[in-house]
Design a protein around this ligand. Structure first.
Ligand code: SF4
Length: 701
């Protein structure tokens, strides 16, 4: 292996979340030093996940040889690359011959680089020839993506750089907890408040972010539409809306006005639990500010009416005239490192690169021409993630699944059921640097490179395309995801469709995206290096990129943003006498997503070793539960056992569990598969649950 000389620096980015903090990796003998880099998103700051990320590069858990389960009853055991590739290619061929190409499915990850996301979409559609590809970004900001398209005509997480945040007089964070999920971002909110700005947070938990806010709206889980409609109702009543903006830059205000009319403060207080006085204070703060931003995250989005929740927020933003002008607007704080780029370049069931649509003839024609095939050779849209998982192993469904960069056994809803479905498959292939909980169930595991061992681009929460540099080659025996796709495509006789060099894949992506909504034609590796990232759309190398959207017009056909009617509806899983609590799930400061990486980092594992459930002390007392005691949390899907963590920061009627953990404390054993009808996002944030003491509990360790 070629190892970088000691002391040499690599300017790159963190392997984890969508803030994509800039970092410098320096090798000192066998050790890596991580320093925060002065990049626009983090200005030198990193969270503890970023600081400790280099430990992954020398993890003893690293896979360095393919693993095969040679018969159903065998354990996974080491295999050579030729044997593993032959095994997979012949198994895929058998399934295609026996059951058709749509008997295969592909599930990607929101951490894959743009190059890999693009090539995985092409691998599914041209090499495997299946329509069934989706990705775990479906679990994240899919509701905001749909709402953004409907309201503004384009889906880019933030329409402005994060450096605009301090200039907003008021910021409303709806279901967002960046103090724990992306701590370096908090410096912008801190600066905003230091300049006299106000921060409003809606969250059923008094999180560290809510603690820092001027106003915390501690709503009942699943009542986001009522809250936002109530704020709009008050804004109209108090004459805080912006008639000129509504008239000149929007359409259909009457729809939103009519739906907000029934959300008078007393009623909204009854639905949401937020005092009417706080509602009025929030409406006045937002309505009297000259500039304001409303930013949503998973709290508002991961619900069975997640799209409505976001649209209720955009109705409010538009009515107050806080869009299409500097330092104002609605945005989504994307979670996964490349959640944005993944959906732009073909990982989503219905999308082609450049945010093109599989259902549009002109879009199919453009991409087919770049790919050197006839448009008819491109499959139609496939199944979104939860439906794809429901089709595993059923008659006429998916019999072979290829997973790259995802660990759904931890991160998918109703994960116990998913495990059973994965076991029914004829073939499960997993590409991962580590033996994740999902990889343990596979028939073949390909050991692949991780972030600092290959180059590639990602698109962060701002829509800024940035570049990760390679700090060292992968260990002996490890291939990159692109190389694995190429080897399997070659074995299937379709290798011409796959590029295994990131630079070549990116050049092709640029051509495929040219003229599309997410146009990367003008983005080059050189330009990204020179300009510290490039904001899409960027149609030409000579022309400017687009840090700020909508200043002149919105991206709809007529340039106007849209209002919609939205009504509060019950969540899909409503508490009742048997399951009286709202269970909500989320992330911790120490861990990222399924924890497949961060649970292997000693400092992080020590900081947050085990699953737990947050319970209000009064609720705990009524159940005879003490702090640190083992408790059982049950839903209609199953039951988990974990320690009780008593805190007054949570509502009396709500329980919270982090979703990073495997085994007895796996939160997604409890969640359900109901999805938003449009975005198909699972409703992770609201499950009806029961709390019980566990008898004969050993003392807390
Ligand atoms: S996890 Fe996110 S916030 Fe933390 S260092 Fe990495 S990119 Fe930055």
């Amino acid at each position: 292996m070629n190892v970088m000389p000691s002391g040499e620096e690599t300017q790159t980015h963190c392997p984890y979340c969508a803030l994509q903090c800039g970092m410098t990796l320096t090798r000192h003998a066998a050790e890596w030093q991580v320093r925060g880099r002065d990049f626009p998103t983090n200005r030198g700051g990193l969270c503890r996940k970023g600081w400790s990320s280099a430990e992954l590069l020398s993890s003893p858990d690293r896979l360095t040889t393919p693993l095969i389960r040679r018969t159903a009853n065998d354990e996974l055991s080491p295999a050579s690359w030729p044997e593993a590739i032959d095994f997979v290619a012949s198994s895929l061929g058998t399934l295609i011959d026996g059951y058709g190409a749509n008997s295969l499915g592909v599930f990607g990850g929101g951490g894959l680089t743009n190059e890999k996301a693009y090539m995985l979409g092409k691998f599914a559609r041209l090499v495997l020839r299946t329509k069934n590809i989706d990705y775990n970004g479906r679990f994240c900001m899919a509701s905001a993506a749909v709402a953004n398209q409907k309201v503004f005509g384009i889906d880019r997480g933030l329409p402005f750089p994060v450096s605009d945040i301090p200039n907003a007089e008021v910021v409303f964070l709806a279901g967002a907890n960046p103090a724990e999920t992306m701590p370096p971002l908090m410096q912008y909110f801190d600066e905003q408040r230091q300049r006299g700005g106000r921060l409003i947070v809606s969250d059923p938990r008094r999180t560290p972010t809510a603690e820092a806010a001027s106003l915390h709206l501690q709503l009942t889980p699943g009542t986001d539409v009522a809250l936002a409609n109530g704020l709009l109702h008050l804004a109209i009543r108090e004459k805080l809306v912006a008639p000129a903006f509504i008239r000149e830059r929007t359409r259909d205000f009457e729809l939103a006005r009519r739906s907000a009319a029934a959300y008078w403060p007393d009623r909204v207080e009854r639905i949401t639990g937020v005092p009417a006085g706080d509602l009025l204070a929030a409406a006045r703060l937002l309505g009297t500010a000259k500039t304001a931003m409303v930013l949503s995250a998973r709290g508002a989005e991961q619900q069975s009416h997640g799209v409505d929740n976001v649209i209720a927020l955009t109705n409010l933003v538009l009515a107050l005239g806080h869009a299409g002008k500097p330092h104002s607007g609605y945005g989504c704080l994307t979670g996964q490192g490349n959640g944005q780029g993944g959906r732009e370049h073909g990982l989503k069931a219905d999308q082609l690169p450049g945010y093109r649509k599989l259902t549009k003839a002109a879009d199919r024609q453009h991409v087919a021409a770049v790919w050197g095939v006839e448009p008819d050779e491109l499959p139609p849209p496939g199944l979104p993630a939860v439906e794809l998982f429901a089709a595993l192993g059923v008659r006429g469904g998916v019999r072979g699944l290829w997973i790259m960069g995802a660990n759904p056994v931890i991160s998918a809803p109703n994960a116990g059921k998913l495990e059973a479905r994965l076991a029914r498959l004829d073939l499960l292939v997993v590409c991962d640097p580590f033996l994740s909980e999902t990889a343990r169930l596979a028939d073949v595991v390909f050991p692949v490179a991780q972030w600092a061992e290959e180059e590639g681009t990602l698109t962060n929460l701002e829509g800024r395309v940035l570049r990760r540099e390679r700090a060292q080659p992968p260990p002996e025996g490890v291939r990159t995801d692109l190389e694995v796709m190429k080897l399997v495509a070659d074995a299937l006789g379709r290798g011409r469709h796959i590029e295994d060099r990131p630079s070549a894949a990116f050049e092709e992506l640029r051509r495929a995206s040219a003229g599309g909504v997410a146009d990367y034609a003008g983005v080059s590796y050189e330009r990204i290096r020179r300009d510290e990232g490039v904001f899409w759309p960027c149609p030409s190398e000579e022309g400017a990129d687009t840090p700020r959207l909508f200043l002149e017009r919105f991206a709809t056909a007529d340039g106007r943003a849209r209002f919609f009617a939205v009504e509060q509806q019950d969540p899909a899983d409503v508490p009742d006498e048997t399951y009286p609590f709202y269970l909500t799930t989320g992330r911790l400061l120490a861990h990222y997503q399924s924890g497949n990486q961060t649970r292997r980092v000693a400092e992080l594992a020590k900081a947050a070793p085990d699953s737990f459930v947050e319970i209000h002390p009064d609720t705990a007392a009524s159940h005879g539960v003490s702090d640190g005691e083992l408790v059982s949390v049950a839903t209609r899907r199953g039951r988990v056992t974990c320690r009780a963590r008593l805190t007054r920061t949570i509502r009396l009627d709500t329980l919270f569990m982090p979703f990073h953990y495997a085994g007895d404390g796996r939160a997604n054993t409890l969640t359900h598969e109901s999805v938003d009808p449009v975005s198909k996002i699972p409703a992770f944030k609201v499950s009806a649950a029961r709390l019980e003491r566990v008898s004969a509990d050993p003392s807390p360790s």
